[in-house]
Design a protein around this ligand. Structure first.
Ligand SMILES: [Cu+2]
Length: 159
């Protein structure tokens, strides 16, 4: 089995009153190819929480309006934080088909989602999943907190 592949979560928020509010969070590389069963590790190098959430291509937001009204993103956030956002309770780190799942994570279908918590909670900032989708399948994933920049160039991995 080839070595795990690495995806970095980079970017920052910046703000100038009455000028701009910019968030540049993004996955890099945006597209990776893996063999079935290969592990992918995402490391969060930002100060915020993110998810790696597999969606149907039709649910990947493609417009500002869809980013701002991403119902499935809200559902994924609620599923990761059934007890509310920290410091209340512990988040669910892995959703298996939208349900609380057990680590190690396996990604094979829509609704599989990993949470990279923000620094400071004592939780790992690097998360991994074994990509167990059938050969030839492309999985499209977004961050449920920052669901932009995925339209014509979907982030995904081919198994
Ligand atoms: Cu994010």
């Amino acid at each position: 089995m080839p070595a795990p592949k690495q995806v970095h979560i980079l970017g920052k928020e910046s703000f100038d009153p009455d000028e701009f509010f910019t968030i540049t969070y993004h996955f890099t590389p945006r597209h990776i190819d893996v063999v079935q069963g290969q592990t992918v590790t995402w490391d969060n190098q930002t100060t915020d929480a993110h998810t790696i959430s597999v969606l149907a291509p039709s649910d990947v937001p493609k417009t500002v309006d869809q980013v701002n009204n991403c119902a499935i993103c809200n559902q994924i956030q609620a599923d990761h934080f059934p007890n509310g956002f920290p410091p209340q309770g512990q988040p669910v780190l892995f959703l298996d088909n939208f349900n609380a799942g057990n680590l190690p994570a396996r990604f094979d279908s829509v609704g599989d989602s990993l949470l990279t918590p923000p620094p400071g909670l004592g939780l790992p900032l690097s998360v991994s999943a074994s990509i167990t989708a059938p050969v030839g399948i492309e999985l499209h994933y977004i961050c449920a907190f920052h669901p932009w920049d995925a339209g014509d160039h979907p982030r995904g991995q081919r198994a």
